[in-house]
Design a protein around this ligand. Structure first.
Ligand SMILES: [Zn+2]
Length: 164
């Protein structure tokens, strides 16, 4: 029997379907996902882009997978930094509950495709960072991680064998 938790942020009752590290305290998966983003260390914070209440992360320029199919974006942060990237990952709209904790920090600027990059591409190397996979997985994805899905499949198979 799965334990039932009550999320202290949104009040929802839920059972845990993701790995234990995916949860902060008793918060549900989605609230944990957003709470995690309110408390990034500085070196991750500088990859965080929040525009019109939507959350994005800057990915590594040379990464094999590109957010938005490698589309080019130009971004001006409120602190004055202007960057361009072809690896922006969107995590979706920030729920109302967390908007005040994750205020906008930037705006999109128009990109002139015919023009060469005016500013250096944002680049960094963070593949050693254990937090990395956690950032690019969307909160609303109902998909379970592959290993977890396989594990459950295996359990189901065993259950079915028992029934025969
Ligand atoms: Zn919640």
């Amino acid at each position: 029997m799965d334990s039932i938790y009550t999320c202290p942020s949104c009040g929802k009752c839920y059972t845990r379907r993701h790995t234990p590290e995916s949860y902060i305290g008793n918060n549900c998966f989605e609230c944990s996902f957003w709470l995690g983003k309110t408390d990034y260390p500085d070196y991750i914070k500088e990859h965080q882009v929040i525009i019109n209440g939507e959350h994005f992360m800057l990915g590594e320029t040379e990464g094999p997978f590109r957010g938005f199919g490698g589309r080019r974006f130009k971004i001006q942060f409120f602190d004055g930094r202007i960057i361009e990237t072809t690896n922006l990952w969107g995590q979706g709209p920030i729920p109302e509950l967390f908007r005040h904790m994750l205020p906008d920090n930037a705006v999109f600027l128009p990109v002139d495709e015919n023009q060469r990059l005016e500013v250096p591409m944002f680049d960094f190397d963070w593949f050693d960072d254990p937090v990395y996979p956690w950032m690019i997985i969307g909160p609303l994805s109902e998909e379970l991680p592959d290993e977890e899905r396989e594990r459950r499949q295996l359990e189901d198979d065993i259950d079915q064998d028992d029934d025969e």
